[in-house]
Design a protein. Structure first.
Length: 109
């Protein structure tokens, strides 16, 4: 029975490792200026199915995002952020969307 308990424990540990392996944390560059940008960036990222958390740093212009890579990916997250006016490291917002941002949020010089 000791061997049986060890096998059950081993299976449990391995399955926990497999479950957590699909949650990833990435940091991406996202342009913005102010608290209004921060709210928009974070709420947009969090609205994506599979995103567990999103935290944008106003000084570094970096978004730390934790997501389930079985449900979404960085490209989808960057595309969604660009769709609300925020350039990312790989996807740029259209001029029309960018120009519709409040004046305090206009980061392009």
């Amino acid at each position: 029975t000791t061997m049986k308990k060890m096998i059950i424990l081993l299976v449990a540990v391995l399955s926990m490792g497999a479950a957590s392996a699909k949650t990833v944390k990435k940091v991406i560059n996202v342009s913005g200026n102010c608290g209004t940008c921060e709210n928009r960036i974070e709420s947009t990222a969090k609205s994506i199915n599979g995103v567990a958390s999103a935290n944008w740093n106003i000084k570094s212009k970096k978004l730390a995002v934790v997501f389930d890579d079985k449900k979404t990916n960085i490209k989808k997250i960057e595309t969604k952020l660009a769709s609300v006016g925020h350039d990312t490291q790989d996807v740029k917002a259209t001029s029309k969307v960018y120009n519709s941002l409040p004046s305090c949020c206009l980061y392009r010089k």
